[in-house]
Design a protein around this ligand. Structure first.
Ligand SMILES: Cc1cc2nc3c(=O)[nH]c(=O)nc-3n(C[C@H](O)[C@H](O)[C@H](O)COP(=O)(O)OP(=O)(O)OC[C@H]3O[C@@H](n4cnc5c(N)ncnc54)[C@H](O)[C@@H]3O)c2cc1C
Length: 328
């Protein structure tokens, strides 16, 4: 992959650009247009391929082999969005069961899976989400595959924590993502840590009200490191999911990095930074996404770093800039 376009932009412009892109990502009519218009998908397919590694599972497995050969642990999420229709929910579950079925047996570093509970039934009932996740966890356990549940918008957090409480006692292979930007997370730590399951700490991708969440900035970075320390104090197997050099540096300076299970990044974001950590001997996981409904995932990647819009335009003009895995 050719390097992203590099330049500096005033922070206010970045914040405004990010907010606008997140609003676009959340707009249902645009999401519907993406699904119904092949042209929109075709136009953005090239720049999106920095982040969405494959359309289908056969291509996905080939791509994961490339990343494993370079020394990365891998993770997989099937791109999708909140599902309410029972057939759609079951299709998501079947997709994950197929991933488990096809995953190599006896792998030294089994692939890790992840998904939103709102993809597997949470919008209908927590019981359905728990039941479906348990089906996937049970199949995954036979291949030592861990499933790390994603964390969603603040309105879902209570239900997701309750689902995790139900799943964690019987399933050693379940993990949970926590968002450092939410003020409540500090008080959720004990409850989650008590289960002793894997936690992935992220800052949080959703736009939240300032009354309940911190915006990006040094205060959030410090809170992130404090939460990491407090999870490690409680012996939680902790993965840090961040693309931010300053956050990784603070973890280093605080003596926390060597206690992490791994540093994890999304495929396509900050490849040189993850490679530098791998070369320094830190276990690194590359979390990939695949599938066809990638509009939301793509816009979130642009929104969290708006200069990526220019990288996307350059990629559209010259698709040969993208060479899978080259920068890792
Ligand atoms: C493995 C993984 C799983 C995740 N799961 C969830 C989840 O379940 N729920 C959820 O809400 N969020 C999730 N996220 C997203 C996460 O919450 C953040 O939105 C995302 O990681 C951006 O925050 P950051 O700490 O990486 O960097 P930020 O603090 O947002 O950015 C700081 C700096 O990092 C660099 N940077 C950040 N992004 C980019 C980029 N795209 N390109 C180039 N440079 C960049 C820039 O230098 C930027 O100034 C996940 C992230 C990862 C890595």
């Amino acid at each position: 992959m050719t390097s992203p376009v590099q330049f500096s932009v005033a922070p206010g412009v970045l914040a405004d650009g990010g907010a606008a892109l997140k609003a676009l990502a959340a707009d249902p009519s645009l999401r519907a247009a993406f699904l119904s218009s092949p042209a929109l998908g075709e136009i953005f397919a090239v720049p999106a391929s920095r982040f969405i590694v494959a359309d289908d599972r056969p291509t996905l497995w080939q791509k994961l082999e490339v990343l494993s050969a370079k020394g990365y642990r891998t993770g997989v999420e099937h791109v999708g969005e909140e599902a309410f229709d029972p057939a759609e929910i079951e299709a998501v579950v079947q997709e994950y069961l197929a991933l488990v079925e096809e995953a190599p047996a006896n792998a030294a570093d089994p692939v890790q899976l992840g998904f939103d509970l709102s993809n597997v039934g949470l919008l209908r009932s927590r019981e359905l989400a728990v039941e479906n996740t348990a089906r996937i966890l049970t199949a995954a356990a036979a291949k030592d595959i861990t499933v790390v549940i994603s964390m969603e918008r603040s309105g879902f957090v209570d239900d997701i924590l309750a689902a995790f409480d139900e799943l964690a006692p019987a399933h050693t292979n379940v993990g949970l993502t926590l968002q450092a930007h939410l003020d409540r997370t500090k008080s959720d730590v004990d409850r989650v840590a008590d289960h002793g399951r894997k936690v992935r700490l992220v800052k949080g991708v959703y736009r939240e009200d300032p009354s309940i969440a911190l915006p990006r900035g040094p205060e959030l970075t410090r809170r992130y490191a404090d939460l990491a320390a407090s999870l490690l104090d409680r012996d939680v197997p902790l993965a840090c999911g961040t693309h931010d050099a300053a956050t990784l540096d603070l973890l280093d300076e605080s003596g926390l990095t060597s206690h992490l299970v791994e540093v994890e990044m999304l495929h396509g974001v900050q490849p040189a930074l993850l490679r530098s950590r791998r070369e320094a001997g830190v276990p690194c996981r590359l979390s990939t996404v695949y599938g066809q409904n990638w509009w939301l995932h793509f816009l979130h990647r642009l929104a969290e770093h708006p200069p990526t819009v220019l990288t996307a335009l350059a990629d559209m003009a010259d698709p040969s800039r993208i060479r899978f895995g080259a920068e890792y």
